[in-house]
Write a protein that binds this ligand. Structure first.
Ligand SMILES: C[S@@+](CC[C@H](N)C(=O)[O-])C[C@H]1O[C@@H](n2cnc3c(N)ncnc32)[C@H](O)[C@@H]1O
Length: 243
């Protein structure tokens, strides 16, 4: 495997949750050698500092459903630079294959015949669990791990439509993009079968110097002092923060 980014190739790279120590060696080497870097909003400056000083960095973040650039625009940028013979790192927070629209980007690259590679990153759920020193599974309390989002393509922020039937017992739920309507979210979770007394830990800006942790319960979520976005919720009896 060539450690350097190759001309005409696109790399969908996981930037991890923020701390640059948490990206892979492969990601660091590609970042250091790529001609063009296309980062999402949530990619930290500390990770972007690993890019070559000569790289062209073009932010392609979209916020709050009001896109500054469309998904099709991102595809065009990737294809344009790759076809011009440049090496392109498409940098996504966490892991590129978890809630990152990588499927659409891979389809566009395949259709255009542009060679690409996926470089895994540490998804926020795993980084947060490590930071809190809590397991996500437990032999007695959680035999299933569910990664879910309250954010839907239509822009709705409701959990209920994504659950058909009761929430499985003995599961840990990790909720990405939980929104800020914690009263509705708490009610939805309880209606989906999660006991109100289940531990719920909200982690804001995980692995950055501004990380905030708020430990509560599902029923207590509406009254809890939860930090700002980006925010991740860990829910279930396996979640026992050690710090
Ligand atoms: C579009 S999703 C991307 C997820 C990413 N691909 C991953 O694997 O972690 C964005 C959501 O990830 C979560 N997230 C990403 N970075 C985070 C961080 N440093 N702290 C807390 N949550 C984070 C938040 O729930 C945020 O709304």
């Amino acid at each position: 495997m060539n450690p350097s980014a190759e001309p005409g190739h696109v790399y969908l790279v996981g930037a991890g949750p923020g701390d640059p120590n948490l990206i892979t060696l492969r990601a660091a080497r590609l970042l250091a050698t790529a001609d063009v870097v296309l980062p999402d909003d949530l990619v930290s400056d500390a990770v972007l500092d690993l890019a070559s000083p000569t790289a062209e960095i073009i932010p392609v973040g979209k916020r709050c459903g009001q896109p500054r650039i469309t998904q099709a625009g991102i595809h065009e940028l990737m294809l344009h630079h790759a076809r011009a013979g440049q090496s392109v790192v498409r940098l996504k927070s966490g892991d590129p294959l978890v809630f990152g629209r990588a499927g659409e980007e891979m389809a566009a690259l395949r259709e255009a015949g542009v060679p690409f590679e996926i470089v895994s990153g540490i998804t926020t759920a795993f980084a947060v669990a490590a930071s809190l020193q809590t397991p996500l599974t437990d032999r007695t309390a959680a035999s299933k791990l569910i990664l879910a989002t309250a954010h839907h393509a239509e822009g709705k922020l409701s959990l209920t439509p994504s659950w058909h039937g009761a929430f499985p017992p003995e599961a840990t739920l990790v909720l990405y993009m939980p929104g800020r309507n914690f009263a509705a979210l708490s009610a939805d979770l309880i209606a989906a079968g999660i006991p109100g007394e289940s531990p719920c830990v909200a982690v804001s800006k995980a692995t950055t110097p501004d990380e905030q942790v708020c430990a509560t319960t599902v029923a207590g979520l509406p009254e809890a002092s939860v930090g700002p976005a980006p925010l991740l919720l860990l829910i279930g009896h396996a979640i026992q923060p050690g710090r």
